[in-house]
Structures are given as structure tokens and as C-alpha cells.
Design a protein around this ligand. Structure first.
Ligand SMILES: Nc1ncnc2c1ncn2[C@@H]1O[C@H](COP(=O)(O)OP(=O)(O)OP(=O)(O)O)[C@@H](O)[C@H]1O
Length: 365
């Protein structure tokens, strides 16, 4: 397979297991985002892929070449990192052209043509002869993108490239990155802590925490079928509600008792539960799977703690007894007349998820 493959990667930094047995593949032409909060090991994964760090074990394969032991410059990568990695002694032109010149093999006229074209695309033409140190953060970031743009790399790596930019520049740079990816059609690996960015850019997302890759999937997979309670509580705005539940067999029918109501067990979880033989579970209910309903018995009594109006939707947070609170994402005008302190009844309208309380893993066949 061409593209990029990370195979059982392990990297220890000090006494920290920064990358703990991470495996994933990015197909040729795929935009893959590694998503996780600060310190989860995503930057270390990226630095190992590009050769700045050496792995303790595991393999990196780029475009069908095992590059694990190769120095960075022989991996043929386009890289755009947060701290820019530009040469302060050079001007914009020199920085964009540097990688091509250092690699050799291209005539001067071709290098010039590519640099002029990239500068034009990125709005850097008037700055070509300006020194890097005289540029704003946003301009420097575009120079870094220009440098990746002129290369014919086997894969492209981005480490939080938008985090130092204001919202307008961020939007523009995001479009530039998407354009570059479309033009090159290579494996792209993009690292961020920002799920909005991940959802906007990714074909698939890998969610990392404490050095481990918890799940790889589309945004929809992560939201609808989180593989662990970590993914469930990290992804989505608001994220999935996680509540204690207990499994009961009533007249041969398996159900889960949660927040005072009995909910059906999703078919995909039944086999896993039978194998497991447990009764205590964690129940995951998506915020958009909760609706305000009438007073039927199979609804959860809730006291509204907070109402957050959005455009065309409302998020409510509500107490449901004890310390437990849930978030509900209500469509249309359903939330318009709700206020803090009001008692409502919540119905569960979407399939629930079930997790093993000991391991946090989803119970699914
Ligand atoms: N040089 C180092 N020595 C010891 N521990 C380190 C070193 N660099 C990073 N770490 C630790 O390794 C873990 C992973 O760090 P890493 O930078 O990969 O995370 P990250 O998810 O990219 O975070 P951020 O978004 O803040 O860069 C963290 O716990 C961090 O504190």
C-alpha cells in the first residue's frame, strides 16, 4: 500500500510513555487527523514519523518504503509545523525554495516557477524579498505552507498549523491546506487538539489519549459508536452523556435500567454482553438522542440547570437526580420556552451505547 503506515510505534520520553503501541494507516490521497488533548502524544508520533525522534520500537512505512532508520531529509515529506521551522536568515523566496534546492535534481528555472506559483496562490508575491523575521505569524505560517506546496513529497505532515492564527487567517489557511491536499492527492497526516478543525478537514480521525490510539474512524463513527468512554466524553459538542446502568433480563428480554427508566439493549451489544456475563454497565446517550416529551413512564424526570441557545438548536443541561446531569441537544424551537429550574421529562429517542465500567471499552460485537 502506498501512503503512510505506522506500525506498533513506541516512544518513551524521560519516564513518560509518550507513544504507546500506536498503529494506523493513511491511504494515498487520504486526509487523516490525529486528535487529542495537550500531552496525549500526537506531536511525538508526528516527530517520529518525520525522523526528528527515533522510535524505541515499531516501524514507519512511507510510500511502500520502510523509512524507520532513515534521516529526516531522506523521507521526502512536506512538513508544516506550529513553530514554523523557517530559516530566519533567509527571505521568503529563499525559505520556500530551500527544500527543493537542498534536494537537488531540479533546474533553477523550474524551482523559480514553482516558488512564484506557490507565492501567488498564498498571497505572498509582494513579500518574496522580505526577510522572514519581518513577517507576522500568519505570514510565516503561509511561507511554511508554500515550502510544502513546491515539493513533490510522498506524504504531508501538519502539526497544529492554525493554532497561532486569528479566526479569519485560520479559515483562509484551512482552505489553502485543503487545496494543497486536493492538488497533491498524497497521504496527509494532520495533528490537532481542536475537534472542529478535525471534523472540517478529515476523511478519518484517530483519537489519542495518554499515548494510546483509542479509535480510528469517520466523524460519524466517533460520534455514533465511540469505542471507549474516553472517545465518548471527548468527541461531540456536547459530548455523549455517560451514566451508570444495570442490565436486567425481564421475561427473556434484556434491558438496561438507567436513570429510573428501562432502555432496550442495542442488538450489536447483546452478544458482547452474553459473553461477558456482567450486570453493571456504563450507558452512553447522545445529546441529540434526548428529547423533551410528555409524562409517559419511560421518560427521565429532569430539572433544567442551564439553557444555551444556538442557531436553530438549543443545548440544555439538566439534573436527573443525585449528582448526575445530562446534556440534550434540542432541534428547532423545542428549547425556546425552557428556563432554568423548570422540571421536564426527557425521552431517549436514539440507540444507546454500552461500555464496560472496568475497561471503558464499548460492549459491541
Ligand atoms: N523531552 C521530553 N521529555 C520528557 N517528556 C516529554 C518530552 N516531550 C514531551 N514529553 C511528554 O510526552 C507526552 C507527549 O507529549 P506530546 O508533545 O507528544 O503531546 P501532544 O499531544 O502533542 O501535546 P501538545 O499538543 O501540547 O504538543 C507528554 O506527557 C509530554 O509531557
Amino acid at each position: 500500500m502506498a501512503g503512510l503506515r505506522v506500525d506498533r510505534l513506541v516512544k518513551r520520553l524521560g519516564n513518560q510513555l509518550a507513544v504507546d503501541d500506536v498503529t494506523f494507516e493513511v491511504a494515498e490521497g487520504e486526509f487523516f487527523v490525529l486528535l487529542g488533548s495537550s500531552g496525549c502524544g500526537k506531536t511525538t508520533t508526528l516527530r517520529t514519523i518525520c525522523g526528528i525522534e527515533q522510535p524505541d520500537s515499531g516501524r514507519i512505512v512511507i510510500a511502500d518504503r520502510d523509512v524507520t532508520a532513515l534521516p529526516s531529509r531522506e523521507r521526502n515529506l512536506g512538513m508544516v509545523f506550529q513553530e514554523y521551522g523557517l530559516y530566519p536568515s533567509m527571505d521568503v523566496l529563499g525559505n520556500i525554495a530551500y527544500g527543493l534546492q537542498a534536494r537537488g535534481g531540479l533546474p533553477k528555472s523550474e524551482i523559480e516557477r514553482r516558488v512564484v506559483e506557490a507565492a501567488e496562490k498564498l498571497g505572498l508575491t509582494p513579500l518574496l524579498r522580505t526577510s522572514i523575521v519581518d513577517l507576522s505569524g500568519g505570514e510565516q505560517q503561509r511561507v511554511a505552507l508554500g515550502r510544502a506546496m513546491v515539493k513533490d513529497a510522498d506524504a504531508y505532515l501538519y502539526d497544529e498549523p492554525l493554532s497561532n492564527l486569528d479566526p479569519k487567517l485560520r479559515h483562509r489557511m484551512r482552505r489553502d491546506i485543503q487545496d494543497l491536499h486536493r492538488a497533491k492527492q498524497k497521504a496527509t497526516l494532520y495533528v490537532t487538539h481542536d475537534q472542529t478543525e478535525a471534523f472540517a478537514l478529515a476523511d478519518r480521525i484517530g483519537v489519542m489519549a495518554e499515548g494510546r490510539l483509542h479509535q480510528v474512524g469517520t466523524a460519524e463513527d466517533l460520534i455514533e459508536s465511540p469505542a471507549t468512554t474516553f472517545v465518548a466524553s471527548f468527541v461531540g459538542t456536547p459530548p455523549m452523556n455517560l451514566l451508570a446502568g444495570e442490565l436486567h433480563n425481564v421475561d427473556g428480554e434484556l434491558g438496561v435500567q438507567c436513570a429510573g427508566v428501562r432502555l432496550p439493549v442495542p442488538p450489536a451489544a447483546k452478544v458482547a454482553i452474553e459473553d461477558h456475563g456482567r450486570t453493571a454497565v456504563i450507558v452512553g446517550i447522545r445529546p441529540d438522542g434526548l428529547t423533551i416529551t410528555g409524562t409517559e413512564a419511560a421518560t427521565i424526570s429532569a430539572t433544567i440547570a442551564d439553557v444555551e441557545p444556538l442557531i436553530g438548536q438549543t443545548i440544555i443541561r439538566a439534573r436527573i437526580g443525585g449528582d448526575a446531569t445530562v446534556s440534550a441537544l434540542l432541534d428547532g424551537d423545542t428549547g425556546d420556552h425552557l428556563s432554568t429550574g423548570q422540571v421536564v421529562r426527557l425521552g431517549v429517542s436514539a440507540e444507546i451505547s454500552l461500555f464496560d465500567p472496568d475497561t471503558g471499552s464499548a460492549l459491541a460485537s
